[in-house]
Design a protein. Structure first.
Length: 297
């Protein structure tokens, strides 16, 4: 998978500081409005669409995004775009340190929440979209000035724009959580987060549910109640979803036979992997890979 600082440009030095903004058209038009899948290591990216639309790939997920909306890309996420011609927007790429330096204690968690996972932040409010667009346009204008990166103004404007976006995402999340809270009687977000971390560390080892519960000092029934309160699903469904997501990612980006990938994913029997994958996705691994390739064309 290609790794760039900016699309098509090599990384000069790992971990280098970078703050850059450009119009969507400036680079995508040169590539017939398509940006192939690639990775930024140690950099976050916000792709702001004020007018137009795009088909977006984020790891193994593909989705349609209609403006106004922002696509949020954390470090290390495979991402690509197919923009509708004449789509209008801006691409902000920066090192995370620019978001954290000199800010209040509230800023760090807000920015971390925004970039905790890849996704899309729709901006349904026309006034909010106009304000965010104005901030990013002001940033782009300041960035174009000679010696702009030697002043703090560019970093200030970048933080302001990303802060506004984080605020919009937080409002959407709060509204969604308020809706989901109805009927929930047993929640412990910190304990659930610990379960998620355990799954991330051990899902390739195919731990049993009893082992997860034992490591957390819970019974399996209590673990199921915990996970169901947070997700509406039993604990094993969360484990299987993580394993399926990893299988999709590898099928999409690793050109190896499904049987080889099955072994890497901890399945001793390739045929069992095929049955597991088909139960989760409705397709065999080979068929899923082919559909993904066809959709990417």
């Amino acid at each position: 998978m290609p790794t760039f600082a900016l699309y098509g440009e090599p990384v000069d030095a790992p971990g280098q500081d970078l703050l850059h903004i450009e119009e969507v058209q400036s680079r995508s038009r040169l590539h017939h409005w398509e940006i192939a899948g690639h990775v930024h290591q140690g950099l976050v990216q916000v792709v702001w669409l004020m007018r137009g639309a795009a088909t977006v790939a984020l790891d193994e997920t593909r989705l349609r995004v209609d403006a106004p909306a922002a696509v949020v890309v954390p470090p290390g996420v495979v991402h690509g775009f197919r923009f509708a011609p004449e789509t209008d927007g801006l691409v902000l790429t920066l090192s995370p340190r620019f978001l954290l330096e000199g800010e209040s204690q509230a800023s760090g968690p807000a920015f971390q929440a925004l970039f905790s996972r890849p996704g899309v932040v729709p901006v349904d409010d026309a006034d909010a979209a106009a304000r965010l667009d104005a901030l990013l346009r002001a940033l782009a204008a300041e960035f174009a000035q000679p010696g702009a990166t030697e002043t703090p103004v560019v970093a200030w404007l970048a933080r302001a724009a990303v802060w506004r976006l984080a605020e919009l995402q937080a409002r959407r999340q709060s509204a969604r959580e308020a809706e989901e809270e109805t009927g929930r009687t047993w929640r412990d977000p910190a304990l659930y987060a610990r379960f998620v971390l355990l799954v991330e560390s051990h899902f390739l080892e195919h731990w049993t549910l009893e082992r997860y519960a034992s490591r957390m000092g819970l019974s399996t029934s209590r673990l199921n109640r915990l996970v169901r309160a947070e997700t509406g699903q039993p604990a094993l469904a969360v484990v299987h979803a993580r394993l399926t997501r990893e299988a999709c990612r590898r099928l999409a980006y690793i050109a190896a036979p499904a049987a080889s990938l099955a072994a890497d994913l901890g399945f001793e029997d390739p045929s069992y992997f095929c049955r597991f994958f088909k139960r989760r996705t409705g397709l065999t691994p080979q068929r899923w890979r082919q559909q993904h390739r066809d959709a990417a064309r």
